[in-house]
Design a protein. Structure first.
Length: 276
């Protein structure tokens, strides 16, 4: 895979994945286990998580680690899948502006970065919702996906898009394999727009926060974990935001035994720079 501005797609089922694999010309990445991961030369990756928020959470973390090793750049994230709704017609698409995890009442608010999309609430449930009590999209993965994605990227780079597959007039019992594929295929143009938009945002992010060459060299020597790489990237961003790039370069020229030691030094000097 090439090192370009990528987008990571997370879907629950292979039937949801099929139209996306065809659209973006993805191929199976044989080294990727235990989840099916597909990728393209354009930096698009897709993982099939399995059903439920816990599965989506684990798969998102897994893809984040794999994608970091493959590309080394920040990517956009998009959860796509089918959902039920109280009012919307079958086949309609909805971009989440609020994600509610019914089990815990936790809420997430994706940044609204894209125009021309219908938006609404998405409620993540642990079992299929058959009564649709609220004017919202009901599904099972969005909250788990979004919670994990927020540990990897900033809010504007993670989005959730759902396609309506059932409502009070069209029972979930009527859903079959071809219907799921047709639902995704009917929204493929909108999904392509979201992917393109996320690629542009990821590109702007990577250009704005390109790590210093000396940090890249240090990372190759210190072999930080995925979490430590994310910490380092965020610390670099904060130094730039505070106009402390010279101090950052001075620190990076020092000798460090471990990524943990480097992170501690960066955090200490950042607190000093802010007068804390």
């Amino acid at each position: 895979m090439t090192h370009c501005n990528g987008v990571n797609l997370v879907v629950a089922h292979v039937l949801e994945a099929k139209p996306l694999i065809e659209c973006f010309r993805l191929s199976r990445q044989l080294a990727a286990k235990p989840y099916p991961i597909y990728g393209s030369e354009e930096g698009i990756c897709l993982i099939v998580s399995g059903m439920g928020r816990q599965a989506a959470m684990a798969a998102t973390v897994h893809l984040g680690k794999w994608q970091e090793q493959q590309m080394g750049l920040v990517a956009g994230w998009l959860n796509v899948g089918i959902a039920g709704h109280q009012k919307l017609a079958i086949g309609a698409g909805i971009l989440a502006h609020k994600i509610i995890e019914r089990e815990s009442s936790n809420c997430f608010y994706p940044s609204q970065m894209f125009s021309g999309f219908a938006t609404g609430d998405v409620i993540s449930v642990d079992t299929p919702e058959l009564n649709y009590p609220e004017n919202a999209a009901y599904e099972m993965e969005a909250s788990g996906f979004y919670a994990s994605a927020m540990g990897l990227v900033s809010a504007e780079l993670a989005q959730v898009y759902k396609i309506i597959s059932d409502n009070p007039f069209n029972s979930v019992a009527n859903i079959d394999a071809s219907f799921v594929t047709d639902c995704l295929s009917g929204q493929i143009d909108q999904i392509q727009r979201l992917v393109s938009g996320l690629q542009e945002l990821a590109g702007a992010y990577n250009n704005a926060y390109k790590p210093p060459a000396v940090l890249v060299q240090l990372e190759s020597k210190l072999n930080p974990s995925v979490t430590q790489r994310l910490q380092l990237k965020r610390l670099v961003q904060r130094y730039h935001a505070l106009k402390c790039s010279d101090k950052l370069n001075d620190i990076l020229e020092k000798y460090f035994n471990s990524a943990r030691q480097l992170i501690a030094e960066l955090e200490l000097n950042l607190r000093r720079s802010k007068g804390q």
